[in-house]
Design a protein. Structure first.
Lengths: 599, 737
């Protein structure tokens, strides 16, 4: 039963989509809501009742036996999660009902189609995070594009057609190149040096990670890395390939923006952490400064662009470019703090930015504008809305005590720790010695990225200053006395301030923001095992190209020769090596199958 | 995950019993108050209930702080005795302290297996020593008094922002307690940013006023710049010592080695860069040097907020940080960064005082005065007299709160009037005696008149300054004269002289009414009722009657005046700051004795002559204020000072315009940055995205070439797919060759 929970989490939204399609339009909302809620229950049960977070090895919770799909090609249907993916599955499952419920009044035409596609999207996203097989991953990954394309192009705002096409083409083109890289890895697995005789094809992610990281040369890894980045960096999006995002975010309907920011961008970061880091660690180590530099550019450039926006939704959209810069920066610090921070960043960004999009959607529903020139001082008119807005903005700013700080701090801390090069680091940062001298991030990266925290305060408080504070300004046609502004539409009237339904959508997110900010420990513990394997992979990559293992971490834990001060908790078994990428305990017996060459 | 939450609950239980739960209660009570005030707001409570909740909780927190102080008494006495006994060798290591772990916040460890292992611990926990208790006593004590004051001051907002005000007020005390009681640097940062948030919310309390919104934003952003330095300093401390827990860091510093076992003094960055980064944070929060610009603008907030946050407590957090991390600052035998701190404080003290002398807004005068006095405190720390710095924090908290609250009472009574050219002789009006007395005694303290608390604490700093660096001493001494001048200038103009008053425009204290009149009401009848009932008395056209403060304001002012006298024995009559000195001696801020400098005051021992010198200087300042602003003054607007002004040329105008520093920052930082941002946005739209669009045309064009009959957009991605496959084949061929 247990291993079917994940499959149920995928099938329930699909089944509800079918239900929505079959049943009359009046029932669409209800069916969609219950479908997503049931899926949430399954996921919560899987997460809290079944899954053992403490020892979550590689995609450990899942099916014992894969369903053979096309055995000759090694295609299997196999799902499983580890700490990283389980958290993202939970985020997806949580945002599901929130998106459905928040759309009740916003979507007034073609409700059946809308909810059906929303549910299909939910299933596909869950599939991405659960896939243990490359092909299943890729199918789900690409399939998310179709529902989102339809959501944007049908229910988006004025410029929706252009946004949808751009979103589709841009991310699709990228991921086709990524597919090339992934297929090459699978091909390499059966043709790599040292293979005697015939080996079956396999697309098992774990097997491929083992093979490619161990036997691929740096040159091959570099090619694969850039192929994968072509797909995944667009999705994240990293700096130069981000331009689809502001457009798509701005034009998408509210629920679309929430899913886009909350989950779809995380497909990119998840793929980076699931494929790029373990598959090609040597290339990752070699090019970390380049990626780090791109992240930093994204953080500052994206943040400054936010500062001159007049469209509040576009402002939040561009803020994702800056925020995910932190997320990827932490990831490419390639140490525990950075990677754990990065994963938490995915969750926290989903919560806080998702909530900001919901809040902006609530305003759009009432006033049909997102322009900060027309709207302002809403605290006077909508105190409850304003309270939530200030709250989630502060979560986004990274105020300690709320969730955003924990992840941002860990990302910056990981970056800082990645090396102790203070003096030489300056030059290293300004001109990343790409490819030639394998580099590490370091304090200078952290400091420059840290200015992003100031810029975040600048643009987010600018937004608050315009929209929430100041004298009340409403668009023409909404006079100051109009209490029920939505009356001109044929839907049910919306109250001046938030309705109970809207509050109910925001409260779970707010509670999580506080909980994860005050007590992130369970999540940090849960990420320990998967992070550890990623750091081992990175260390193996370092050895491959002959770099010392993170000097920063070594200094931080106080491990040095005799006479060093001994602190509680700072001892460490001596003489550990990083030769092995995947330890035997990480390859569970369940995953052994033909085609795998055990070391 | 659930089990982990379970362990959290058990971990929150007091460990080892004893007094620990009292410490936890100090933090829990403001939290409870915050939650209850929030609930009041949610249920639209239209009474003074939130005020009473806040006053009661903070009073209880104060009682718990007192209990903690009593419990810690033996510890402090022991540490103090030790400090006294081996005066030369006493250091933070010997100071008694208590570390309490409440629950794990950002604690995690890694590795232990194949990868490198390590851990990062940032508990939610308390580090209790003399410094902590000193700060907590005045934070909770003054917090209670000011909350009581605010219950009356904010009364016109009952049912409007009243709950919001007290929720933020409670949250502030909570954050400040976390900041002060933190057991590690990261929890300090938690409180640090928390007080920043509350400051933001409360400066912008009158959110319909664009000036208030701008001031709030400015305060938060300027603080964040300093906070970046602090955060990097914290990471640097972690990199150096492998921990951010105070006790472990101090242990390392005491041993003189970093986590790697290397001697600290040979490090190129630990003794200098780390304290410098922390100083950036401290200067940001305490409005020093380049960062002072936010503090005067912060006076847009309600006056109780200015008194508590922007005078007595939050702005002293920077002093606290440096005092707390004093062992780190004293690693460097040359005291480079401490000298920098001293000069930073000295320059700010002088600079801000010059602006305070010219300004006409009494609250701004007090705001600049706060920046200036904070400068004294930093100078005290910088010249190796942490006891003096802390003593000045302590006495300043009392007398500046008194001054602000007296100004607030005036503002409250005269419909937001703050211009000292439009008020005069207020003391002679019925019902204003207590306010005038509070202002007078507060002014005596601020001017450093002999035997007041402000006199004792300032003298400690002045004497040590002359000892360490006569240049600093002279500047601070001159500033003391200027301080006395601007303080009594405000007092003489507002409270003495002929009786005259003009009502303000209500913007500061009563702006809700004004805005409500302008914007109508969205169905909240009670708001308009409040408006109608209140606005009658304050109309611009009708006759204006100032309303004298009620019992709450008078009680608080009287208590504070008594407090200003009561603390004299705590800070005065002793060379090392009496009781406060003992508290500081029993903390991480304890200074190594026997390192007295060799500077003198005109060849005399500064410690013995400073009492007389500073008294004379203070009296000279008061005399100047009397001559220029009271003697022969017949109207509120004009005094003898007007005759002097032309002689000084443009200097007065420049000072009145704050030396154009805001304009300078605007021109040098904000406008170029905005310009750059716009450039970036254009680049993003036309270059970065333009290139993408260009590549988008290629398959489109190709598609037209190949299949001219086909239309629609989907061929684009069909081609994309084909292109992708081509790339795939290419790569496979290339690598497989």
């Amino acid at each position: 039963m247990n291993q079917w929970l994940l499959i149920l989490a995928m099938l329930t939204p699909l089944a509800s989509a079918l239900g929505v399609a079959v049943l009359p339009a009046a029932r669409a909302k209800t069916v969609a809501m219950y479908g997503t809620l049931v899926a949430l229950v399954f996921v919560l049960y899987a997460g809290f009742g079944v899954f053992s977070w403490e020892q979550s090895g590689y995609m450990q919770l899942g099916m014992d036996e894969p369903i053979r799909w096309i055995p000759s090609l090694g295609l299997e249907f196999q799902v499983g999660v580890d700490g990283i993916s389980m958290m993202l599955v939970m985020l997806t499952a949580l945002l599901g009902p929130i998106c459905v419920i928040s759309s009740f009044t916003a979507i007034k035409d073609r409700e059946k189609t809308y909810y059906a596609w929303l549910l299909v999207l939910q299933a596909a996203m869950t599939g991405v995070f659960c896939a243990r097989d490359l092909i299943l991953f890729y199918i789900c990954f690409e399939f998310t594009l179709v529902p989102m394309f339809i959501l944007i192009s049908v229910w988006g705002s004025t410029n929706r057609k252009k946004a949808a096409i751009k979103f589709f083409l841009y991310t699709f083109t990228g991921s086709v190149i990524a597919l090339a890289g992934l297929v090459y890895v699978a091909w390499f697995n059966v043709h790599r040096p040292g293979i005697e005789g015939h080996v079956n094809w396999t697309f098992n992610i774990q097997t491929l990670a083992f093979a490619s990281s161990k036997w691929m040369s740096l040159n091959q890894q570099t090619w694969v890395m850039f192929a994968l980045l072509a797909g995944f960096a667009v999705k994240v999006p990293l700096f130069p390939v981000h331009t689809w995002l502001p457009l798509a975010h701005t034009e998408a309907p509210t629920a679309g923006s929430v899913i886009l920011a909350g989950v779809l961008l995380k497909l990119g970061t998840y793929a980076l952490i699931r494929f790029v880091l373990p598959f090609v660690p040597a290339a990752v180590v070699a090019y970390a400064p380049l990626i780090g530099a791109l992240c930093i550019v994204g953080i500052i450039y994206g943040g400054l662009i936010c500062w001159v926006q007049t469209d509040v939704k576009k402002l939040v959209a561009y803020s994702s470019v800056a925020h995910l810069g932190f997320c990827v920066l932490g990831m490419f610090a390639l140490n525990h703090a950075g990677i754990e921070g990065s994963v938490l960043y995915m969750i926290n960004h989903g919560l806080s930015t998702g909530a900001l999009f919901l809040l902006i959607g609530m305003i759009y529903e009432r006033y049909h504008t997102r322009s900060m020139k027309e709207l302002g001082g809403l605290a006077a008119k909508m105190p409850v809305w304003a309270t939530f807005m200030v709250f989630f903005t502060m979560a986004s700013v990274g105020l300690p005590g709320l969730n955003g700080f924990v992840s941002e701090f860990l990302c910056v801390m990981g970056t800082y720790q990645a090396s102790t090069a203070w003096g030489s680091g300056v030059w290293h940062t300004l001109v990343p010695q790409v490819g030639t001298t394998p580099g590490e991030l370091g304090p200078w990266y952290a400091i420059i990225a840290g200015t992003g925290m100031i810029i975040a305060a600048m643009y987010l408080l600018y937004m608050l200053g315009k929209v929430v504070w100041g004298p009340l300004r409403l668009p023409a046609g909404h006079d100051h006395h109009g209490g029920h502004d939505a009356k001109d539409d044929h839907g049910p009237a919306l109250p001046t301030d938030l309705s109970m339904r809207e509050i109910g959508v925001l409260v779970p997110l707010a509670v999580l923001c506080v909980a994860l900010g005050v007590y992130p420990k369970p999540l940090l513990e849960a990420l320990k095992a998967p992070t550890d394997s990623l750091v081992q992979a990175a260390n193996a990559g370092r050895e491959k190209i002959g770099v010392e293992a993170t000097p920063g971490e070594r200094a931080a834990k106080g491990e040095k020769g005799a006479g060093s001060a001994q602190l509680p908790g700072s001892e460490r078994p001596a003489g550990t090596t990083h030769l092995e990428l995947l330890t035997p305990d990480m390859i569970s017996p369940a995953s052994g199958r033909p085609g795998e060459v055990t070391p | 995950m659930l089990t982990a939450i379970g362990t959290m609950v058990t971990a929150a239980e007091p460990e080892g019993g004893g007094s620990h739960w009292t410490l936890t209660m100090i933090v829990v009570l403001p939290l409870v108050s915050f939650v209850l005030c929030g609930l009041c707001a949610a249920f639209k409570v239209k009474s003074k209930l939130p005020a009473w909740i806040t006053v009661a909780s903070l009073a209880a927190a104060f009682v718990f702080t007192l209990m903690a102080f009593m419990n810690a008494g033996p510890m402090i006495a022991a540490a103090g005795a030790e400090h006294g006994a081996e005066h030369a060798a006493a250091s933070a290591e010997h100071a008694g302290h208590l570390t309490v772990h409440v629950f794990d916040w950002l604690n995690f460890d890694w590795g232990g297996g194949k990868s490198s292992s390590g851990r990062f611990d940032a508990d939610f926990g308390f580090y209790i020593d003399g410094l902590t208790l000193l700060w907590m006593l005045f934070v909770t004590g003054l917090g209670t008094l000011i909350a009581l004051y605010a219950s009356e001051y904010m009364a016109h907002d009952v049912g409007l922002g009243y709950c919001r005000f007290f929720a933020a007020f409670s949250l502030f005390v909570l954050s400040m307690s976390c900041l002060v009681m933190a057991s590690n640097l990261l929890m300090l940062f938690f409180g640090w940013e928390g007080v920043g948030l509350c400051s933001y919310l409360l400066i912008g309390y009158f959110y319909k006023k664009p000036a208030a919104v701008a001031a709030a934003k400015k305060a938060f952003i300027v603080n964040r710049i300093g906070d970046l330095g602090l955060l990097m300093g914290i990471l640097g401390v972690y990199a150096a010592f492998g921990t951010v827990q105070y006790d472990k860091v101090f242990e390392f510093i005491h041993k003189g080695v970093d986590a790697g076992g290397h001697p600290l003094t040979t490090s190129s960055w630990i003794p200098v860069i780390l304290p410098l980064l922390l100083t950036a944070g401290a200067f940001g929060k305490s409005a020093q040097l380049f960062f002072y610009v936010w503090l005067p603008d912060a006076m847009e907030g309600p006056t109780p907020v200015s008194a508590l946050i922007h005078a007595a407590t939050m702005v002293t957090a920077g002093v606290f940080l440096i005092a707390r991390m004093m062992p780190l600052y004293t690693i460097d035998p040359a005291h480079t960064i401490l000298t920098f701190v001293a000069w930073g404080g000295t320059i700010t003290a002088f600079w801000a005082a010059t602006i305070g002398m010219a300004h006409f807004d009494i609250k701004r005068v007090m705001g600049y005065s706060t920046a200036s006095q904070l400068g004294y405190m930093f100078a005290g720390l910088g010249v190796m007299n942490s006891a003096g710095g802390a003593a000045h924090v302590f006495s300043h908290a009392f007398f500046k709160a008194t001054l602000f609250l007296a100004c607030g009472a005036v503002m409250h009574g005269f419909a937001g009037q703050l211009d000292l050219r439009k008020l005069s002789g207020v003391r002679k009006l019925p019902g204003w005696k207590i306010v005038a007395a509070a202002m007078f005694f507060g002014a005596l303290n601020l001017s450093g008149v002999t035997f007041t608390a402000g006199f004792w604490s300032k003298d400690l700093i002045l004497a040590s300054s002359f000892e360490q660096s006569p240049a600093i001493g002279w500047i601070l001494l001159i500033t003391a004269g200027l301080t006395a001048y601007y303080t009594f200038r405000a007092y003489f103009r507002v409270f003495e002289g002929p009786v005259y008053f003009e009502p303000g425009d209500e913007v500061h204290g009563h702006d809700e009414h004004e805005d409500h009149a302008g914007h109508g009401h969205d169905g909240h009848g009670e708001e308009s009722h409040a408006h109608d009932g209140h606005a009658q008395g304050h109309g611009h056209g009708g006759e204006f009657h100032p309303h004298a403060p009620g019992w709450a304001i008078n009680t608080v002012l009287a208590t504070l005046v008594v407090g200003c006298f009561a603390i004299i024995p705590l800070v005065g009559f002793a060379e090392h700051g009496a009781w406060v000195g003992k508290m500081v001696g029993a903390s991480s801020a304890a200074m190594h004795g026997g390192e007295e400098g060799h500077g003198t005051f005109l060849g005399m021992n500064p410690h013995s002559v400073m009492y007389y010198v500073s008294s004379v200087v203070g009296l000279l300042g008061i005399a100047a204020a009397w001559w220029l602003h009271l003697a022969g003054r017949t109207s509120a607007a004009h005094a003898n000072a007007d005759k002097l002004e032309p002689a000084l040329g443009p200097i007065v105008t420049w000072a009145r315009h704050k030396w154009y520093v805001d304009e300078f920052y605007d021109a040098v930082i904000r406008i170029p940055l905005k310009f750059l941002s716009n450039i970036f946005y254009l680049l993003d739209q036309y270059l970065v995205d333009g290139l993408v669009n260009l590549t988008g045309f290629v398959p489109k064009g190709l598609g037209r070439l190949i299949r001219p009959s086909q239309s629609g957009e989907l061929h684009g991605y069909a081609l994309g797919m084909a292109g992708g496959l081509a790339v795939l084949i290419l790569i496979v061929l290339m690598v497989a060759r």
